[in-house]
Design a protein around this ligand. Structure first.
Ligand SMILES: Cc1ncc(COP(=O)(O)O)c(C=O)c1O
Length: 432
C-alpha cells in the first residue's frame, strides 16, 4: 500500500503501534485502549474515528489559547524556515534571548535570570541543583535537603520525585530509594506554621530550600491554599536562611487568575519554575528563573562555580518562538478576563454537584474547577463515560476537574460542566 494511503488508514498505524508504544501512568496489560486523535482545533479534539470531544483539560494544562492558534502556528512556521534548533552551548539566538528578556520583565521583582530546559521535571531538577550549588558556592556544604509539602507534586524524574509527597502519590514504591527530604504539612494556619517551625529548628542547618506549588497543588489532588500560607513560607524560609522555590509549572500563565500565582500572594520566591502553558501548548519548553542574589552566587572567576547543566534541546528555537507568540497573545487578547469569566461560570454550574451523594467538595480557583468525590471506584469507566458524553475530562484519584483552554466558549464550557453534573448525579465512578 502506498505510504500516504496507509497513513490515512488510522487503524493501520493504531494497531501496528499498540504493540510497541508504552503509555504514561498506565498498566499496559489492563488499560482500556487509548483514543486515537487525528486533529485538534480550538477547544476540540477530533478523534480518528470521526468523533469530536470538547477538551476540559487543555492537554495537561498547556493549551491555554486553545489548539492550533494561528498566531503561534505562524510564528513556529517562520522559525522552522529560518532555524528549527541550534545547540545552546556557546551559541544563542533571537527567540531565546527575547523570551528570556520578556520573562524577566513579566515576572515580579528581580527574578531575571532564565535557564531553559524542555520539561517541567527537568526545570525542577535544575531549580534543586541551583539551590544546592548556591550553598556550595557560598561555602556551606551541609545544606543538602529540601522541605517539600504533603499533597505536592513536582515531576517524575528522580530528584523531582524525592520532593513529591509519596503518600497517595504515584511514587510510593520508590520510598526509601530516593534522596530523603522533609515532607511537611503546608503552614495553612498558626498550628501548622508552628509545627513547620519545629521541623525547621531540627533541620535548619541542613536545609537548602523549600519547594512548593503556590496556591494550587495540582497533580497531588487539586488542593488550594491561600496567600497567607505563602507569606508564612517566605518568612520561615528567611528565618532559616533557606531558598524558597515556587513551582509554577501548573499555576503559571494565568491558571489561578493572575499571570503567576505568586503575584496574588505578593511573595517573591528565590527561584521559580515554569513550563506547561509557557509555549501555549505547542512545543516542549521549561524555564528555571533565579533572582539576582541566586545568580550572583555563581558569578565568579572560578570555573567550578559555574552551573554545570545543559540539556541538549535547551532553548529550542521553535519552542521559544511558540512561547514568544504565546506571550504576544497574553498581551493582545483578554486572557485574564477570560480566566475570570471561566471561573465564575464553573463556580455557578458546578455548584449543582454540591450536596450530591458522594461529593466531598466543590471548589474553583481561576480557570480550575474541582469536584472532589469521597471516592471514585472505577476511574477508567468514568473516563469512558465522559467520552460518551462528547467531552475529554480525565479524573484522577478522587478528583474530577476542569482546566479548559482560556479561549473556551461559554456554551462549550457548559457542555463540560453539564457532563460532570450528570455523571456525578448518576453516582460517578462509585461502582468498583
Ligand atoms: C507543579 C508541577 N511541577 C512539575 C511537573 C512536571 O512537569 P513535566 O510533566 O513537564 O515533567 C508538573 C506536571 O504535571 C507539575 O504539575
Amino acid at each position: 500500500m502506498p505510504y500516504n494511503r496507509r497513513a490515512m488508514d488510522w487503524k493501520h498505524w493504531y494497531e501496528a503501534g499498540l504493540d510497541h508504544i508504552w503509555l504514561p501512568y498506565a498498566q499496559m496489560k489492563t488499560m482500556r485502549p487509548p483514543l486515537a486523535v487525528a486533529r485538534t482545533q480550538g477547544c476540540r479534539i477530533a478523534l480518528a474515528d470521526g468523533r469530536e470531544l470538547i477538551d476540559g483539560i487543555a492537554s495537561w494544562w498547556t493549551a491555554c489559547h486553545g489548539y492550533n492558534h494561528p498566531h503561534i502556528r505562524q510564528a513556529v512556521d517562520r522559525q522552522l524556515a529560518a532555524m528549527p534548533h541550534v545547540m545552546f552551548g556557546g551559541l544563542v539566538h533571537q527567540q531565546a534571548m527575547t523570551l528570556a528578556q520578556r520573562l524577566a520583565a513579566l515576572l515580579p521583582g528581580d527574578l531575571d535570570r532564565v535557564f531553559f530546559s524542555e520539561s517541567g521535571s527537568v526545570a525542577v531538577e535544575i531549580a534543586m541543583k541551583m539551590a544546592l550549588q548556591y550553598w556550595i558556592n557560598r561555602g556551606e556544604r551541609g545544606r543538602t535537603r529540601f522541605i517539600a509539602f504533603k499533597g505536592g507534586y513536582h515531576g517524575d524524574t528522580t530528584g523531582a520525585m524525592a520532593v513529591t509527597d509519596p503518600d497517595g502519590g504515584m511514587h510510593d514504591i520508590f520510598r526509601g530509594l530516593l534522596p530523603e527530604h522533609v515532607i511537611a504539612d503546608l503552614p495553612t494556619d498558626a498550628a501548622s506554621a508552628d509545627a513547620l517551625e519545629l521541623v525547621l529548628a531540627r533541620h535548619a542547618e541542613s536545609i537548602a530550600g523549600l519547594i512548593v506549588e503556590p496556591l494550587v497543588q495540582g497533580a497531588g489532588g487539586m488542593r488550594f491554599h491561600d496567600a497567607a500560607t505563602l507569606k508564612r513560607l517566605r518568612e520561615i524560609a528567611d528565618r532559616c536562611g533557606a531558598l524558597l522555590v515556587f513551582d509554577e509549572i501548573f499555576t503559571g500563565f494565568g491558571r489561578t487568575g493572575t499571570m503567576f500565582a505568586c503575584e496574588q500572594a505578593e511573595v517573591l520566591p528565590d527561584i521559580i519554575t515554569l513550563s506547561k502553558a509557557l509555549s501555549g501548548g505547542t512545543l516542549p519548553l521549561a524555564a528555571t528563573v533565579a533572582r539576582r542574589h541566586v545568580f550572583e552566587a555563581f558569578w565568579s572567576d572560578d570555573p567550578a562555580k559555574a552551573l554545570m547543566h545543559g540539556p541538549t534541546y535547551m532553548g529550542n528555537a521553535l519552542a521559544c518562538a511558540a512561547a514568544n507568540a504565546s506571550l504576544d497573545l497574553f498581551e493582545r487578547e483578554p486572557r485574564l478576563r477570560q480566566v475570570a469569566a471561566i471561573g465564575s461560570q464553573m463556580a455557578q454550574e458546578l455548584a449543582a454537584c454540591r450536596g450530591l451523594p458522594g461529593v466531598r467538595d466543590v471548589r474553583v480557583m481561576g480557570a480550575t474547577g474541582v469536584v472532589e468525590m469521597e471516592r471514585i471506584g472505577d476511574l477508567a469507566a468514568l473516563r469512558a463515560r465522559f467520552v460518551e458524553e462528547g467531552v475529554f475530562v480525565r479524573p484522577f484519584g478522587r478528583i474530577i476537574y476542569l482546566t479548559p483552554p482560556f479561549t473556551i466558549e461559554a456554551h462549550e464550557l457548559s457542555r463540560l460542566t453539564a457532563a460532570i453534573v450528570k455523571l456525578v448525579r448518576q453516582g460517578a465512578g462509585q461502582e468498583t
